[in-house]
Design a protein around this ligand. Structure first.
Ligand SMILES: *Cc1c(COP(=O)(O)O)cnc(C)c1O
Length: 224
């Protein structure tokens, strides 16, 4: 097996090796785990080497930034997938449905109608994650745990394609209990996908069932 700390391999190869290792420890096929390379704030020149390395799934947190940056990259590589990992405003729902292949940030009832109308109009079903405010933090986005069942019921009534749950656990404390809780909430709701784990904690997230890990700085370097 490749030594994940080997200095002469690229960050992308290192992250792939670490994902494979975590999956193997968890006795899960690595193919179950999608690496979302979070490229927010990064220019195209920083993204191209990852595309050349075979990475196909990227994450952005702002619709406007994605609209400005991605059309030429998507034209050159029609198999790229773009995921929205940041908060969505209702008035950007249509742009988001046109630009993104997956949205990780459905977090409130007022977005349901906007997304349903946008998907109808654009003629495209975009898979959705419901973002959960897993640490009940005042300043954090995401649906409160208590509001999750009602939000999912409404999303199903609107025929929206919700595939799983997403979270960003509180900073500075052990994330494992929050990942485990998100997994339990998803299982209770019969949802198969879990978007959890970032640069600092994606291996822990994989042990606890993550299907999508969102990795930025470990691939691109620290954000300034
Ligand atoms: C920026 C961001 C990430 C990536 O964070 P890193 O710590 O750089 O890996 C993941 N998820 C969301 C929602 C983000 O905003």
């Amino acid at each position: 097996m490749t030594d994940p700390e080997a200095p002469n391999i690229t960050p992308l190869a290192q992250i792939r090796a670490r994902i494979a290792q975590a999956a193997s420890i968890a006795r899960r096929p690595a193919s179950e785990i999608t690496l979302v390379a979070v490229s927010k704030t990064r220019p195209a020149e920083a993204i191209l080497p990852l595309i050349a390395g075979g990475q196909r799934v990227f994450g952005e947190n702002r619709v406007q930034e994605a609209d400005a940056k991605w059309p030429p990259l998507q034209d050159a590589h029609p198999d790229l997938q773009l995921h929205l990992v940041g908060q969505l405003q209702s008035n950007k729902a249509e742009e988001a449905v046109r630009r993104f292949d997956c949205i990780h940030s459905l977090d409130r009832p007022s977005l349901l109608g906007a997304l349903a109308r946008a998907m109808d109009k654009v003629g495209r079903q975009v898979p959705l994650f419901v973002q959960v405010n897993i640490g009940a933090e005042d300043q954090k986005g995401g649906c409160a745990i208590a509001d999750l069942p009602a939000l999912l019921t409404e999303a199903r009534a609107a025929a929206l394609p919700v595939i799983g749950l997403m979270c960003v656990p509180p900073a500075g404390i052990e994330p494992a209990p929050f990942f485990a809780l998100l997994g339990k909430l998803a299982a209770d709701q019969g949802l198969a996908d879990l978007s959890m784990g970032m640069s600092e904690d994606f291996e822990t997230a994989i042990m606890l069932g993550a299907t999508h890990v969102r990795v930025g700085s470990a691939l691109f370097g620290a954000r300034t």
